[in-house]
Write a protein that binds this ligand. Sequence first.
Ligand SMILES: Nc1ncnc2c1ncn2[C@@H]1O[C@H](COP(=O)(O)OP(=O)(O)OP(=O)(O)O)[C@@H](O)[C@H]1O
Ligand SMILES: [Mg+2]
Length: 510
Amino acid sequence: MQIPNAETPSKPLLQLRGITKAFAGVQALKGVDFDLRAGEVHALMGENGAGKSTLMKILFGVQPPDSGTIELEGVGEVAIDDPRHALALGIGLVSQEPSLVPQLDVAQNIFLGQTEALGVVPRSQFQVKAREILEPLAPRLPVTARVASLGMAELQVVEIARTLARGGKIIGFDEPTSSLTPAERDGLFALIRQLKNSGKGIIYISHRIPEVYAISDRVTVLRDGRAVASRATKEVSADELINMIAGRRLAEELQHSAKPVVRAGGTEALRLEGISAAGKLHDINLTLRTGEIFGLAGLVGSGRTELARCIFGADRKNGGSVYVNGKPLDLRQPSDAKAAGIALIPEDRRKQALVPNMDVERNFGLANFQQYSPSGFLRLKQRRQDIERYIEEMAIRPRRAGVRIRNLSGGNQQKVIIARWLQSGARIFLFDEPTRGIDVGAKFEIHELMRRLAKDGCALLVISSELPEILALCDRVGIMRGGQLVQTIDDCSGLTEDLLMKYASGEVAR
Ligand SMILES: Nc1ncnc2c1ncn2[C@@H]1O[C@H](COP(=O)(O)OP(=O)(O)OP(=O)(O)O)[C@@H](O)[C@H]1O
Ligand SMILES: [Mg+2]
């Protein structure tokens, strides 16, 4: 006999039923069922655009569903009006795009909007609390640092800390590790395990298969707005998972793309001599040849992004010379680099390379003003023809030049940025985290595109924190630590993730 009000352990914390959501022209969710139990980590996977973030935003009250129901344990069916309401119901979300206030410091951001709950608490006490929450994630991040001065990884950590500070029984993490270092990720995983053991329910979104195995109990795959499978994680193989995410085609292609062909060294494309930048880079010497992909590995903060930005003229260097095709060049600003055939594909593509509200065609034209308006008169027809050619060749989806670029998936945005640089005639490509936040299918396509650039005689410098990416793509690898290029590995056969990690952290030297 069932005792009234007794807790039934099998009843889920959260039950979503038949959730649908359409945006102008896109049916993002087509009747999704999803449930979450107390004490479980439920991973949510799927290609870019599959609908993962949309589902999370509905749960967090950012946007209402068109139809479907949300039921919470002990509460019943709810209509979640806005994020405030979601928080009051015990639902928290670490969103994919950190939304912090740049003018405020770290501690202020973590407790933003919570002053009522905390009462009139002196600032120093806030800071102590903030420190406690940050400890396992980023022990060295000062809580008094202004958020405007932080890099991507630190922003992500603050976003996570802010959600954790608000408590809640259900917490969604939307690609929380896309910019984190392995150490920060391990800290986050330890935190997630604690949350789980204290009976909370965790939804974990990631494109990284090893992470899903490391942290989740169950995995649900969304494809094209539908939940195609929900399985116990330990009962699915990685191949099955890739099949569920991307369809059978891809699993086979991925098998074949494991190792790069060894390319014969071409001629010198880019040479760096003694590059230094105040406090950030020290005496970097490096030669990049045509037809090669040179990987830069190292921990976040080791100076890799700074180096790329210095070469590109986006940041000032205060010593050293850059040679392009053997000629010394004075690169003071990005337009100088561009004129020398150097392209930078930055880490934070949405902020640094795109104008989100402009369409694909205009974004494509951004670095190519001169080409399309030689006499101040915009050659629109030419621009349209060019972008349409790239859309075909690079399989950019959707196939429409007039769609706003913010509605494209990360992988497709990245293709548009590459197309822009190809059009401008770039021959030296600096890629900073080229596939961050990009799903397995699109990642494969971007990698193929990069290999094709090298094959066509371009020189590629690739910064990546994903060691498998470095191993799969690069002919040679440089390791950066503390602003220095501490070693260069010319023969990558026998190189493993483990070894790379050890070089990067300084545990072993070659
Ligand atoms: N505000 C919006 N306006 C128009 N279309 C949108 C909007 N938000 C999402 N979409 C579209 O809905 C679909 C689902 O997007 P969503 O962001 O949920 O995907 P995702 O699975 O989170 O992808 P990713 O792995 O790239 O983060 C996509 O086609 C996207 O372009
Ligand atoms: Mg998303």
